[in-house]
Write a protein that binds this ligand. Structure first.
Ligand SMILES: NC(=O)c1ccc[n+]([C@@H]2O[C@H](COP(=O)([O-])OP(=O)(O)OC[C@H]3O[C@@H](n4cnc5c(N)ncnc54)[C@H](OP(=O)(O)O)[C@@H]3O)[C@@H](O)[C@H]2O)c1
Length: 256
């Protein structure tokens, strides 16, 4: 029988890769408020420590892990360490990401590699490193943060769109492979939220266009992403697998 308790994350261990970033830290805050123990991972140790002191978790840490998620061996080491130090993981959020807003004809090979390795390769191998261990426990929820660019190609974002469409495909494939064994894999596609990822990179005209084209005529507030993530991570979504939840204020529904 349904109970509101199904939304609780009490006793769950969650890792947010990209957890010190704008969206990652907002999700981490919401998960702590919902009862989870939250581990933050990323490259910038100082940023991670600032994030963790904001979360103010008490009890058995560590809560912060430095990792360059583009490295498959570093992800494997991270998964081993988390298993040893926390006894496993219930929830993985792939929230790492980067972009470059420029015409396809100007995109260099190294920019392409940086975007694909950060947004696509790292998320796939993080799913494998942690998913393998979740499968052994027959339980786990993985949430991949995609984008509206996983649904439509955007001008000046070819590599970003390729990475997010790829991540959407990986989400569905892993959901199909692992669902029977108790591991669910879903995605959240955020609309526009102002963070370090886009604050400086998006020209003012593009920001204005993003607001205008959203059905709600505004960008999202970071906390407005939390409900979707708590839902997908919790038992409230026990039969939800391989789906993408759009949190975009109706952007993709609004047409022109
Ligand atoms: N903001 C939006 O409007 C929006 C919309 C749709 C989708 N998204 C997606 O949401 C996710 C989070 O983005 P955000 O907006 O919160 O941007 P953000 O504040 O820049 O956060 C991105 C995070 O990714 C981490 N990261 C980047 N490269 C990494 C690597 N190689 N290894 C480990 N961590 C790495 C960064 O931490 P370090 O620098 O410490 O490594 C940073 O904390 C991204 O996947 C993005 O594509 C954002």
């Amino acid at each position: 029988m349904f109970s509101p308790e199904n939304f609780s994350l009490q006793g769950r261990r969650a890792l947010v890769i990209g957890g010190a970033g704008g969206i990652g830290l907002a999700l981490a805050r919401g998960f702590v408020a919902s009862g989870a123990t939250v581990l933050l991972a990323g490259r910038d140790e100082a940023k991670l420590q600032r994030g963790e002191s904001e979360l103010g978790q008490v009890g058995a840490g560590p809560f912060v892990y430095t990792v360059d998620a583009r490295s498959v061996s570093a992800l494997e080491t991270l998964a081993e360490t988390v298993e040893r130090e926390h006894g496993g993981l219930d929830i993985l959020i792939n929230c790492q990401g980067t972009t470059a807003i420029k015409p396809a004809l100007e995109l260099s090979e190294s920019e392409w590699d940086a975007i694909i390795d950060t947004n696509l390769k790292s998320a796939f191998f993080a799913c494998l490193a942690f998913g393998r261990r979740m499968l052994a426990h027959q339980r786990g929820a993985i949430i991949n943060i995609t984008s509206l660019a996983a649904h439509y190609g955007w001008a000046n974002a070819a590599a970003y769109s390729a990475s997010k469409m790829g991540l959407s495909g990986i989400t569905q494939s892993l959901a199909a492979e692992w669902g029977e064994q108790g591991v669910r894999v879903n995605a959240i596609a955020p609309g526009f939220f102002m963070t370090d990822l886009n604050r400086e990179r998006m020209p003012e005209a593009r920001k204005e266009e993003a607001r205008k084209r959203a059905a709600m005529k505004r960008m999202g507030e970071l906390d407005e992403l939390v409900g979707a993530a708590v839902y997908l991570a919790s038992d409230a979504s026990a039969f939800v697998n391989g789906t993408t939840l759009r949190v975009d204020g109706g952007y993709l529904s609004s047409g022109i």
